[in-house]
Write a protein that binds this ligand. Structure first.
Ligand SMILES: *Cc1c(COP(=O)(O)O)cnc(C)c1O
Length: 395
């Protein structure tokens, strides 16, 4: 059997690993030696599942679209992560990690955030658990994501505006790692996607795997079969995609299509299509594909959606694409915006622009009438209204 999951050393094929400063070695080693035990502990499971149910609102519905299915001539289901508390899939991960932090005896939580979605999801669970929360965010992002910054403040978090580098997500992540190095004993770092040093990518994938776990049960109920023909998701760092595909990876009949952000076009110099354009390197503790210049400088990615413009990609997805288990398509800003408006008008659902990239795949593939397709609707579009309003004025 081909290797889709992480190996003992924290690698997915040639990607992954834990490239960390010496000072964090004990911390990461400790987490590595304990995360599986914690995740499998019945007491942890009980608390995690009960919070997912009563606090997050899971299971999220698996909704069979009517007019969208009709338009594309196949059966299209949406996995409604947009209906979760805080509006996206990110809370599945932060709930799990804060329970892990408590079990590791940590008292102080740090996180990085780009658009602010992971920052809000982290500040939310810190309020829930009464824990100190510090969120690192690039100054540029602080200015363009005011609403999320104010939500974090209201939830009691400290937001640190980062002024190094380009003052965006990559720099916020560097600063969070620096904080972690200075406070290794009491601090737990909640990473927001399937990125970072091992065991984070695997741990986050397992915490998001609830998405496909539920989908299998829901499909069995609705279609008398547990597996669809296609699963489709967008990839930034890769966490909603990892959750959507996790329990289908070992089912060869399920085709996996992932959408990364092409921005203004793969060859425009303004994109975040890391799997198409990236070259092997090390970023934030992990060996993976990275958008970089000839001499190895990390290039600032661009996408209309703030959640997809990470210059790296989770090592799991670098590997799945390389070995051909997934097909990765690059969806442009314009294609994603068209799909967002289409879903809104056909189904009365305003999606996050990230999720609209996954919907963009529908225009790029031919499906058969009997095909069953599940698309991960990773989040709702409320946060993107400013961008949608600008677009609407143009139309
Ligand atoms: C953050 C975010 C993403 C991208 O992150 P992944 O880790 O790739 O899932 C996608 N959709 C929404 C709604 C997000 O908030």
């Amino acid at each position: 059997m081909q290797k889709y999951h992480v190996d003992q050393n924290g690698f997915y094929g040639e990607f992954g690993g834990a490239y960390i400063p010496e000072i964090l070695y004990d911390n990461v080693e400790n987490l590595k030696n304990n995360y599986l035990k914690i995740l499998e502990d019945p007491k942890f499971k009980k608390e995690y599942y009960s919070l997912l149910k009563d606090y997050v609102g899971r299971p999220s519905p698996l909704y069979l679209t009517r007019r969208l299915s009709e338009k594309y001539g196949c059966k299209i289901y949406l996995k409604r992560e947009d209906l979760n508390h805080t509006g996206a899939h990110k809370i599945n991960n932060t709930i799990g990690q804060i329970l892990i932090a408590q079990r590791m005896g940590k008292t102080r939580i740090i996180a990085e955030t780009g658009a602010g979605q992971h920052g809000v999801a982290t500040a939310t669970v810190c309020a829930l658990m009464g824990m100190e929360c510090i969120v690192y965010m690039g100054k540029v992002d602080v200015e363009r994501q005011k609403l999320n910054v104010e939500k974090m403040h209201m939830l009691g978090a400290t937001v640190v505006s980062v002024t190094s580098g380009n003052m965006t997500l990559k720099d916020a992540t560097n600063e969070a790692i620096r904080d972690w190095c200075s406070n290794p004993s009491n601090t737990y770092y909640i990473i927001g996607s399937t990125v970072g040093p091992h065991p984070y990518p695997d741990m986050v994938a397992r915490l998001q795997a609830i998405i496909s776990e539920e989908t299998r049960k829901q499909l069995l109920e609705k279609e008398k079969r547990e597996t669809p023909d296609y699963v489709i998701a967008c990839v930034g760092g890769g966490s909603n995609a990892a959750g959507m595909i996790y329990h289908f990876l070992d089912e060869p009949s399920v085709k996996i299509i992932l959408a990364e952000a092409a921005g203004k076009g793969i060859n425009s110099g303004e994109s975040a299509a890391t799997i198409h354009l990236g070259k092997l390197g090390i970023i934030h503790g992990s060996k993976t594909l990275i958008m970089q210049s000839e001499d190895g400088q990390i290039e600032e990615p661009y996408s209309i959606s703030a959640g997809l413009d990470y210059p790296g990609i989770g090592p799991m997805h670098a590997n799945l694409s390389k070995i051909g288990r997934s097909e990765v398509l690059a969806i442009t800003d314009d294609e994603a915006m068209n799909s967002a408006f289409e879903l809104t008008r056909l189904e009365g659902i305003i999606p996050a622009i990230e999720s609209a990239h996954a919907l963009g795949v529908l225009n790029k593939k031919k499906f058969k009438k009997e095909d069953i397709i599940v698309i991960c609707l990773s989040g709702r579009g409320d946060k993107d209204m400013e961008t949608f309003i600008k677009e609407q004025e143009k139309r």
